[in-house]
Design a protein around this ligand. Structure first.
Ligand code: NAG
Ligand code: NAG
Ligand code: NAG
Ligand code: NAG
Ligand code: NAG
Length: 391
């Protein structure tokens, strides 16, 4: 009887686990979307690349509406060579045109979409990325890199298991062939990392964030996002009207772990977080900041805020290290305290004079200072050491 019931239990558990696995099986995997780089040839092959087809192009795995065109690298328009961010092909959206793809996701989860975009004509181009009802319009006016394109990330919370990701050109230009070019679309399911013990900052090491292509040498821009719940950088918001850049160790120098944030555009690029604090207690904000190893022209300096305290800290170039420690002491006034960072200067790279860059921030911590917590840890450690030694 005992055995029978435990084996039944086992079967139920197995069935449940299988069910979980099955329900997750259909879901989109982290990484590029199907034909997210637009390199899959349409059934009739890619058109020769010099002319514009009349009807809307057919794009494998995508639905389109309006003037949507597959463009090829090297293709010219009005004497200007069109920019294809990656590979040989990308897609261009004319006035009011859109492309979309259906995705199977997990209802309630947060996902981040990474994509590359370039503008074509000099107009104020923008791109509306949405998973209805959520949407954001990304302004493509500011060029952050001299290459003429950038990668961006935008996050949404899935309201259904079946969603549609839509890219729309909301513009109404005189020249209908103007309009943003998009490429390299990927997705990543995000999780909010647990707070580490004693540190009130969530994702203070910036290790959790949007999908990055291994060869994304420009990093990923995180545009304005005031909603902490749907942030591509869990825990943080980008509260300025310009973007900050998410960078990795493959192409940049990062103080700790694999990823960090590079602050761009001076005061126009601010990241912040509301951290849990106890009123009237003394705290210490510590972080690492330094140079991304990307030829950013010095001086570099950072403005750090914690509650009503603010401090500017200048980066001292050091032959041995690309980063340094910084700290700021404050007394909490409430049960939530805002910490924030921006770059004091408006830096550009010395090798191209126009790509935006700036100081890197990483490993952000807010800890009780002078803390009895450390002593408790010390005591606990000694206790176990004694137990270990004597037993
Ligand atoms: C295509 O776009 C037009 C204009 O925005 C709209 O009226 C129409 O319903 C769209 N068609 C489809 C199939 O989405
Ligand atoms: C972006 O597009 C979605 C539909 O795909 C629409 O609901 C939303 O209003 C648009 N947002 C803006 C700012 O135009
Ligand atoms: C980036 O990687 C993808 C596959 O991961 C590859 O198809 C593409 O050619 C690479 N792009 C560059 C510029 O190296
Ligand atoms: C760099 O490292 C060397 C040896 O590790 C040390 O002697 C030197 O003082 C360091 N320089 C700086 C500026 O920290
Ligand atoms: C903060 O306080 C600690 C000691 O509690 C001190 O070592 C540190 O220099 C202080 N930081 C600043 C920026 O004053």
């Amino acid at each position: 009887m005992e055995i029978a019931s435990s084996s039944t239990k086992f079967k139920w558990v197995t069935a449940f686990l299988l069910l979980l696995a099955c329900s997750a099986a259909g879901q989109v995997q982290d990484g590029p979307l199907v034909n997210g780089n637009f390199e899959t040839p349409p059934s009739g092959g890619f058109s020769s690349g010099d002319g514009f087809s009349d009807g809307p192009s057919e794009i494998p795995s995508w639905k389109s509406n309006g003037t949507v065109e597959l463009v090829e690298s090297g293709q010219k328009q009005g004497g200007m060579i069109l920019i294809v961010p990656q590979g040989r092909h990308a897609v261009r959206l004319g006035n009011d045109a859109e492309i979309s793809q259906e995705l199977k996701v997990e209802k309630g989860s947060i996902y981040s979409i990474t994509f590359s975009a370039a503008r074509t004509c000099a107009q104020l181009e923008s791109l509306n990325v949405s998973v209805p009802p959520a949407s954001q319009t990304i302004d493509l006016q500011t060029l952050y890199s001299v290459q003429g394109w950038d990668s961006y990330a935008w996050a949404f919370q899935a309201e259904e298991d079946d969603v549609r990701v839509v890219f729309t050109n909301p513009g109404m230009e005189d020249d209908p062939t103007c309009g943003p070019i998009i490429d390299d679309i990927a997705i990543k399911k995000l999780f909010v990392p647990d707070k580490s013990k004693g540190n009130a900052v969530v994702n203070g090491d910036f290790e959790e964030g949007p999908w990055m292509f291994r060869n994304a040498s420009l990093g990923v821009l995180l545009p304005t996002n005031l909603d902490e719940e749907t942030s591509s950088l869990p825990g943080w918001i980008v509260e300025s009207n310009r973007a900050v850049r998410y960078i990795d160790t493959y192409h940049f120098t990062v103080p700790e772990g694999k990823r960090a944030i590079e602050l761009l555009s001076g005061k126009e690029g601010i990241i912040s977080q509301m951290v849990e604090t106890k009123p009237n207690k003394p705290y210490r904000l510590t972080f690492l900041f330094g140079h991304a190893g990307d030829s950013c022209k010095e001086p570099l300096a950072i403005m750090a805020f914690a509650g009503d305290q603010a401090q500017n800290i200048h980066y001292t170039p050091n032959f041995n290290s690309s980063f340094q420690n910084a700290n700021l002491n404050f007394t909490a006034k409430a049960d939530r305290t805002r910490i924030a960072f921006y770059s004091i200067y408006y830096n550009t790279r010395s090798d191209d004079m126009s790509s935006l860059c700036g100081p890197v921030v990483d490993d952000v911590r807010v800890e009780l200072s002078g803390s009895s917590r450390v002593k408790v840890f010390g005591f606990g450690f000694m206790f176990w050491l004694l137990v270990f030694v004597f037993c």
